[in-house]
Design a protein around this ligand. Structure first.
Ligand code: FAD
Length: 392
């Protein structure tokens, strides 16, 4: 019988990896609780009413057709010594190798006042689905002249440019629909991805509408008060009419349960094989993994998944896995027809995934509007291509 590989998590990393493992003739089982996946990329457009949430949803029939056994259960426990996964319904799956791509969990409790209940009134919308719709509804109900407040955490977190894309699109929404309103972004950092491109665009498109308060300006939120929709900082209390808290995050709970997360809450890995540094036989990819210079993105998760599938197949043949070169591109929409991007190439070096010097870069600062419009179109085609590759 072919070797058995279990994959936990049917998102960008796990879905891709399961399919690529299958091309090696392995016995592949994908474990994912939800019968429908809701994708985060482009979900900021859903928040501002520019895109229906339905377009973010994907089923698992395509993955099944590729020969993967898909089980809609939660992985409840992993026994790395016995090499078995126990599912929520008690079924036990034995594996020769395990791949985990369970994404993130919110680190409830890390920001005082922010718990599951608070997330109902100060939605994070950092896992797409119900939360996205909740934030969209609140924004829709905002009166013209109201104040929207967002808080952005320190690194690392899922999708480094994502908060700034969201801020941009909310500013666009206010400008076009509720022009007397204002957006305040409280940031626990002083610098961020594509910062110069974002800020140049904001100055031009949203003057006076979007106020960014960086760490050095007192932007770090130390607590929230869901009852008063209030953000507490060292110097100030900022009251919102619509509040969006992007909270601190960690690898999804099953990573800790499997013993692959370290004290940081994320999962250290070998950069060639993505094998856990803590538990042999378990590979971790996507947002959960500590992937060196690679950002936590769907593009990265998809690239890592392919490299990981090759490595797992090689190891199961008792071969050495080849050293991978990985690419990431993150598109952001600053307005519906205004896109910017950052790209990078990464390779194993000194035990981590390091930036390949001289490769990649960002969109030019002085590009003409047609170039921005093209990049907005690329953002959509990238989404269509990657979701077709994973779920199609
Ligand atoms: P996910 O895609 O989240 O998949 C994890 C899966 O694991 C989920 O389906 C979950 O149900 C499952 N799971 C969790 N626990 C268990 C368990 N115990 N048992 C079984 N299954 C489990 N990235 C880009 O590249 N481009 C973008 O433009 C972009 N925009 C973004 C915008 C926003 C607002 C956000 C929040 C994110 C954005 N991202 C973007 C980031 C991207 O969504 C993530 O990096 C990507 O989803 C990571 O893939 P993953 O496989 O690690 O996790």
């Amino acid at each position: 019988a072919p070797p058995r590989v279990v994959v936990i998590g049917g998102g960008f990393g796990g879905g891709t990896c399961a399919r690529f493992l299958k091309t090696h003739g392995l016995d592949v089982t994908l474990v994912e609780p939800s019968p429908t996946f809701t994708a985060c990329p482009l979900s900021n457009s859903v928040v501002v009413g520019l895109r229906p949430i339905e377009r973010q949803r994907f089923g698992y029939d395509g993955i099944r057709r590729a020969g993967v056994a898909v089980v809609h259960q939660r992985a409840a426990a992993v026994d790395p010594q016995a090499r078995r996964v126990t599912l929520g319904d008690g079924v036990v799956l034995d594996y020769d190798r395990l791949v985990m791509s369970p994404g993130i969990d919110i680190r409830y409790g890390a920001l005082p006042g922010y718990d599951e209940k608070a997330a109902q009134v100060m939605p994070h919308a950092w896992k797409a689905g119900e939360q996205t719709v909740l934030l969209a509804r609140r924004l829709e109900a905002l009166e013209d002249g109201g104040v929207v407040v967002m808080s952005v955490p320190a690194n690392p977190y899922r999708c480094p440019p994502g908060p700034y894309e969201r801020a941009s699109l909310i500013a666009h929404y206010l400008k076009t629909r509720k022009p007397r309103s204002k957006l305040i972004v409280l940031d626990a950092k002083d610098g961020f991805s594509k910062q110069r491109l974002f800020q140049a665009a904001w100055a031009r498109l949203y003057p006076g509408l979007l106020e960014l308060v960086p760490l050095s300006g007192g932007g770090q939120v130390t607590a929230v008060e869901p009852d008063g929709l209030t953000f507490v900082t060292d110097f100030d209390r900022v009251k919102a009419d619509v509040a969006n808290v992007i909270p601190p995050q960690k690898a999804a709970a099953i990573a800790e349960a499997a013993g692959v997360a370290d004290r940081s809450g994320w999962c250290p890995i070998d950069p060639v094989s993505f094998e856990s540094r803590l538990q042999p036989g378990i590979h971790v990819i996507g947002d959960s993994a500590i992937a060196g210079a690679m950002p936590k993105s769907a593009f990265s998760a998809n690239a890592q998944a392919k490299a990981c599938a090759e490595a797992v197949a090689a190891l199961l043949r008792d071969d050495q896995p080849a050293s991978p070169k990985l690419i990431n591109t993150c598109y952001s929409l600053v307005a519906p027809d205004y896109g910017i991007s950052v790209a990078g190439v990464y390779a194993p070096s000194s035990g981590t995934l390091a930036d390949v010097e001289g490769a990649g870069g960002t969109s030019p600062l002085d590009a003409p509007d047609e170039a921005r419009a093209k990049e907005a179109a690329y953002a959509h085609s990238w989404f269509d291509i990657v979701t077709a590759e994973v779920f199609g």
